[in-house]
Design a protein around this ligand. Structure first.
Ligand code: NAP
Length: 547
């Protein structure tokens, strides 16, 4: 687990500023939450540790960083005018363009004046007498707010210090999610990349032609689909803009928040030839549609999963041809789609280059980092000049467990979540009144969703709830224990049907030692989740305790 940032408490000497709402984070969710609450007439402040807006797209500036949701769904839906004013250059934009888009949004809606940058939240205490949150930052300012909203991100706390001896390494060590703002030149260097998830493969395929030698340390081979990127013409953009309302409705009502869904009927109702034709068509689309828009049974039926996995393996093997490499790069020990499926651009072919080597760290794990490289359990030292750690994140909970968040009875959220990951609708937690969460455990946005779709939905739910409380002059909302128990039980029931929950990955918290194991994301679908949330609001939040 992560070490808490601090145990600092507000002191009388600190300057206290009073707000209606404080938002942690100025990424996709935080910017939109700030906009909506300000529109609702509240005095709001967003705080971000970065020096600029963007969240994920501020921090993840590693070589090759690129979004693999198409730009027409990886964006805001709240303003058609905004949609018309912004022109995406391609189907899958690179990090700088997505960061520029979020800066454009911040400028267009004058959000920056209500964001405090380069500031970290250290502690949040619910004062039961005042029924307000006290928020302590590392800049000596204490904030007092009725509502506290976390938009701190699901993939925002990098897993670091995983390897003994890292400090002894004489070269540079980079974590992909803490990449320097200035470009790093690897020309002529021997570079090691640890990790072959969605991040690692983007780094590998991008830097391989620049470096002298590249060593890829792989523990689990990913299934990967070739990304079919496309530069947009004015006509392409106009066609997508004309479909703004249609695409928005599709994304909000689909299983994972894209403009595609499981629309091909039941897998076994079709002939093998017809099924193959659908899979071929989706493979050629070069998007995540093969995964999240083919057959829903892929996630719950081992027979279907085996067949689709065999199809993807065949496609991957055809790209590499070399039997020895196929053995290393094509996964056989888990099913397609049960871990995050990345899109790649020549990743598999990279291993055909003479300067690229793959090291199997499942067979011989990394034992330690030594001054000249990486030592594996077979005693070998893989000499490197620089190391890139693409080792992932303490997903969904890490950003909050590193802050001292104390609710009723001084209960620490970190302690609650140290033994069991429980929330109500992924939006609130029993004993933490007026604390709203986005992308938190037990909601689809924790992992199984196109992030902007779920973030916007949750921000809208939170805004409506706060609006309800303000209009009814209420001080506090909090889920009851019984209500939370029901949501956890429903979540677990959905998870029990899913093959994702049975596979080792960050989706289940298995990548973090000591993290309680539970499928992080609600597996019932974005559309079904929305119905649950809508029903709660329509009933006037009757299940919650409201004072
Ligand atoms: P990740 O999927 O968790 O992958 C981390 C990699 O590091 C895995 O290969 C993992 O191996 C390896 N690793 C972790 N700890 C290790 C250890 N102690 N020893 C050896 N290997 C270790 O992280 P990620 O690639 O940063 O991706 C996280 C998520 O970010 C993605 O799933 C995706 O949702 C999002 N993302 C999106 C995009 C995009 O839109 N294009 C790009 C990048 C990331 P194991 O698999 O064996 O654990």
């Amino acid at each position: 687990m992560n070490t808490p940032l601090a145990t600092a408490r507000p002191s009388a000497a600190q300057n206290t500023q009073r707000y209606d709402a404080v938002i942690i984070g100025a990424g996709i969710g935080g910017l939109y939450q700030l906009y909506r609450l300000r529109e609702a007439g509240l005095k709001v402040l967003a705080i971000d540790a970065g020096s600029g807006v963007g969240g994920t797209w501020y921090w993840n500036r590693y070589p090759g960083a690129r979004v693999d949701s198409p730009s027409h769904v990886y964006q805001y839906w709240f303003s058609e005018e905004l949609n018309n004013a912004w022109n995406w250059s391609e189907r899958f934009p690179a990090q700088p363009e997505t960061e520029r888009y979020l800066n454009f949004v911040a400028d267009r809606f004058a959000l920056r004046k209500d964001i405090q940058f380069s500031t970290r939240v250290l502690a949040c205490d619910f004062d039961e007498t005042q029924e307000r949150w006290q928020i302590t930052t590392d800049k000596g300012i204490t904030l007092n707010a009725k509502y506290l909203i976390s938009c701190a991100g699901t993939l925002s706390t990098p897993l670091k210090n995983l390897f003994v001896g890292e400090k002894s390494f004489k070269g540079e060590v980079y974590h992909t999610a803490r990449w320097p703002k200035e470009p790093v030149d690897f020309t002529g260097k021997r570079v090691g990349v640890v990790g072959t998830g969605a991040t690692g493969i983007q780094v590998v395929q991008t830097i391989a032609p620049q470096v002298n030698a590249l060593t890829v340390f792989q523990r689990t081979a990913p299934y990967t689909i070739p990304m079919r990127n496309q530069r947009y013409t004015d006509a392409d953009r106009a066609a997508l803009k004309a479909r703004f309302h249609e695409i928005k409705a599709l994304a909000r009502n689909s299983f994972v928040g894209f403009d595609f869904d499981f629309t091909y009927g039941a897998f076994y109702d079709a002939t093998p030839e017809a099924r193959r034709a659908i899979l071929e068509m989706l493979w050629n689309d070069g998007s995540l549609a093969l995964w999240a828009g083919s057959y829903g049974e892929l996630f719950v039926d081992e027979g279907v999963n085996n067949e689709v996995s065999a199809f993807v393996r065949e496609k991957m093997a055809a790209r590499i041809k070399d039997p020895a490499l196929i053995k290393k790069l094509v996964p056989t020990d888990y099913g397609f789609g049960t871990r995050r499926v990345p899109l790649d651009t020549g990743y598999l072919e990279t291993f055909l280059r003479p300067n690229v080597e793959i090291v199997d760290i499942k067979a011989a794990p990394i034992e330690r980092i030594v001054e000249n490289g990486v030592q594996t359990a077979d005693g070998k030292i893989h000499e490197q000049d620089a190391l890139i750690l693409a080792t992932g994140f303490d997903a969904s909970t890490g950003a909050l467990t590193q802050i001292d968040i104390r609710g009723r009875d001084q209960q620490l959220l970190r302690d609650e979540w140290a033994h069991d990951l429980r929330t109500t609708l992924g939006l609130m937690v029993h004993k933490f009144p007026n604390l709203f969460l986005t992308a938190a455990p037990l909601s689809p946005g924790a992992a199984l969703c196109n992030a902007p779709t779920c973030l916007q939905h949750q921000v809208e739910w939170i805004t409506d709830c706060i609006d309800f409380l303000e209009k009814n002059q209420r001080a506090v909302i909090e889920p009851t224990l019984a209500q939370q128990d029901r949501w956890v039980a429903h979540h677990d029931e959905m998870a029990a049907t899913s093959l994702v929950a049975k596979t080792r990955s960050w989706y289940t918290g298995a990548n973090v030692d000591g993290k309680p194991k539970r499928l992080l994301a609600y597996a019932g679908g974005v559309n079904v989740y929305r119905e649950h949330c809508d029903a709660v609001a329509a009933q006037g939040y009757a299940e919650f305790r409201i004072n």
